[in-house]
Design a protein around this ligand. Structure first.
Ligand SMILES: [Zn+2]
Length: 123
């Protein structure tokens, strides 16, 4: 069990931090939340009072501070992140929708480039 978020949390964030620390599994460089996922594969966690949040956004807020309004929290492919359930603060970055779209297109292109040679051999 990690103690990272417990050590970083402000008092009002402590319950969420304890939940994060209890549910994170180290997988390479990623800290993967082992709880529930939403339909897109993002880890979700309860914040009490029937409130649910995506775990990586909670992790970002505890580690780095409030998320600027309208910003997305990207799982940074170039930092080695390969899981939408990852909560490693070093893999998370607050970015605009436009930057998120640009990075998603870049990752799709990289995945295509790594898949194509396999398909060529199989053909
Ligand atoms: Zn990661």
């Amino acid at each position: 069990m990690l103690t990272y978020f417990r050590a970083k949390a402000r008092p009002e964030q402590l319950p969420a931090a304890l939940t994060l620390d209890a549910h994170l599994v180290v997988d390479g460089d990623c800290w993967v939340y082992d709880g529930a996922r939403n339909h897109n594969g993002y880890a979700i966690m309860s914040l009490g009072h029937k409130k649910v949040a995506r775990a990586h956004r909670v992790a970002y807020a505890i580690a780095h501070g409030p998320i600027p309004f309208g910003f997305h929290i990207d799982h940074v492919w170039k930092a080695g992140c390969r899981s939408r359930a990852c909560c490693n603060p070093r893999h998370l970055e607050a970015i605009t929708q436009a930057e998120n779209n640009r990075r998603a297109a870049e990752v799709r292109k990289l995945r295509t480039l790594t898949v194509q040679p396999v398909l060529a051999v199989a053909a």
